[in-house]
Design a protein. Structure first.
Length: 129
């Protein structure tokens, strides 16, 4: 892939973020330093970077995507109330995956696993009501 300073900055922002930003968030963070940057350029570069394995694309059920620059094996937890995306270490689910393989005889090749539920903040809000 041909070098692009815009692509490098987009990649840097995603890798520096732990909040799994959307394209809009990446655009908003870069716009002050790159006033000529377009949202379309951000979308194209994020998709291309995910296609070549530099970042991960996390598709959301309501549409849109979040992006992750942390490439070591891990899964994602998404709050169905507020949309927060949290990393889940791969080892935390290994017993479950082993059990699924044993019960089904299916040889799992887990690339990306997303689990939905309520984050601790939303649980607290619900309890306080």
């Amino acid at each position: 892939m041909k070098y692009s300073s815009q692509r490098e900055r987009i990649l840097s922002v995603v890798r520096e973020c732990s909040d799994h930003p959307t394209a809009d968030v990446v655009y908003a963070r870069l716009r002050p330093e790159m006033p000529n940057l377009s949202l379309g350029t951000v979308y194209r570069n994020l998709n291309r970077l995910s296609e070549i394995g530099e970042i991960r694309k996390i598709p959301l059920p309501e549409g849109g995507n979040r992006f992750d620059g942390y490439l070591k094996p891990h899964y994602h937890l998404i709050c169905s109330q507020c949309g927060e995306v949290t990393d889940c270490p791969a080892g935390a689910l290994e017993p479950l995956l082993t059990e699924v393989q044993a019960d089904t005889g299916f040889a799992l090749e887990v690339g990306q696993l997303v689990l939905y539920g309520l984050c601790s903040g939303c649980q607290k809000k619900a309890k306080d009501k």
